[in-house]
Design a protein around this ligand. Sequence first.
Ligand SMILES: CCCCCCCCC/C=C/C(=O)SCCNC(=O)CCNC(=O)[C@H](O)C(C)(C)COP(=O)(O)OP(=O)(O)OC[C@H]1O[C@@H](n2cnc3c(N)ncnc32)[C@H](O)[C@@H]1OP(=O)(O)O
Ligand SMILES: NC(=O)C1=CN([C@@H]2O[C@H](COP(=O)(O)OP(=O)(O)OC[C@H]3O[C@@H](n4cnc5c(N)ncnc54)[C@H](OP(=O)(O)O)[C@@H]3O)[C@@H](O)[C@H]2O)C=CC1
Length: 287
Amino acid sequence: MSDKHPAKWGLTPQEMATLPTVFSPDLLSGQRFLVTGGSQGMGKAMVFLLARLGAKVMICGRTEEKLARTKSEVKELLGADISYRAMSIRDTDQVDALLDATFEEFGGLDTLVNNAGGQFPQDAIDFTRKGWAAVIDLNLNGTWWMMQGAAQRWRDRGEGGHIVSNVAHVERGMPQAAHTCAARAGVIYLTRTVATEWAPLGIRVNCVAPGAIATEGLSQYPPEATRRLGNVNPMRRMGSGWDVAEGVVYLSAPSGNFITGEILTIDGGMRMWGTVWPAGVPEHFQV
Ligand SMILES: CCCCCCCCC/C=C/C(=O)SCCNC(=O)CCNC(=O)[C@H](O)C(C)(C)COP(=O)(O)OP(=O)(O)OC[C@H]1O[C@@H](n2cnc3c(N)ncnc32)[C@H](O)[C@@H]1OP(=O)(O)O
Ligand SMILES: NC(=O)C1=CN([C@@H]2O[C@H](COP(=O)(O)OP(=O)(O)OC[C@H]3O[C@@H](n4cnc5c(N)ncnc54)[C@H](OP(=O)(O)O)[C@@H]3O)[C@@H](O)[C@H]2O)C=CC1
């Protein structure tokens, strides 16, 4: 994976259809997955891997065109049918409708992957109320409505399930991303709490915590920031959506049967070394 600033970020559909995987082709046969934000980036890599392993997949995102393109690429390259629904996880009515549609179409759900999210880079001191609220609403509230809605349906049907949320590596905080750090820390501690509350219901709850991953989402950042992103861990390169997708499968397949409340960090060691500064390095910190 290149750590330079390419014209287009992320894996191509052809790469996602053919990249090697450690998992066997029938591993997830009959398993039903819902992946939020499955129309690009890490979510799309998850969709390709899940479909290659035999899972039934529903995806969602705000933009219908990107969802439809993903569906047709999966069909064309893998011969598999996935389903989609355009919606925002920030809208509780739309969350309910998505979950109802998924349970109805698939006759249930085995794993919810909370992957949709994002933020903008800014010094915390300059956050507006609206900007703060938008990032918290997307990454903390939206993720929570999905978690709670899935768990309620599993409880009411007397079935168990698995939730894995894509957060971010936030152990050391992240300057110029305090809003997303606060939201992701919230999801991590929701996970660690409901993993216990929901264990009697047969529901496992985990997170994956990526460091810098080359995805289409990075096109929002200037080259100066993305060049730094390729140097923010001891490996001095970015990961790919595939690295995160394989982590999601590990936690969701029988390999994860005894794992709950876990945060699987996939960051090339960024939790030990490297600093992002997505909006630019202040003079005080320049060396
Ligand atoms: C950080 C990386 C490290 C984090 C982790 C570091 C590791 C690597 C980097 C990570 C990269 C990724 O996550 S890549 C994934 C990136 N992808 C995304 O972020 C996509 C999803 N993001 C979004 O949709 C937006 O960022 C988000 C703000 C959350 C929602 O936007 P919406 O316009 O839908 O939301 P609204 O409720 O209308 O609120 C918009 C308000 O947000 C604020 N706002 C929006 N963009 C702004 C901006 N560039 N600068 C200031 N303020 C901004 C303003 O107050 C806007 O109001 P007005 O002024 O009135 O308009
Ligand atoms: N790339 C990175 O280095 C890192 C990313 N992360 C996080 O990992 C997750 C995936 O990242 P990445 O693949 O890079 O992100 P991308 O920006 O490439 O993709 C985000 C996906 O989420 C969807 N989405 C965004 N907002 C909403 C919403 N309100 N409701 C439903 N779907 C939505 C987008 O579709 P649409 O725009 O059509 O709604 C898109 O499919 C995000 O939460 C991201 O913040 C964490 C650490 C590092």
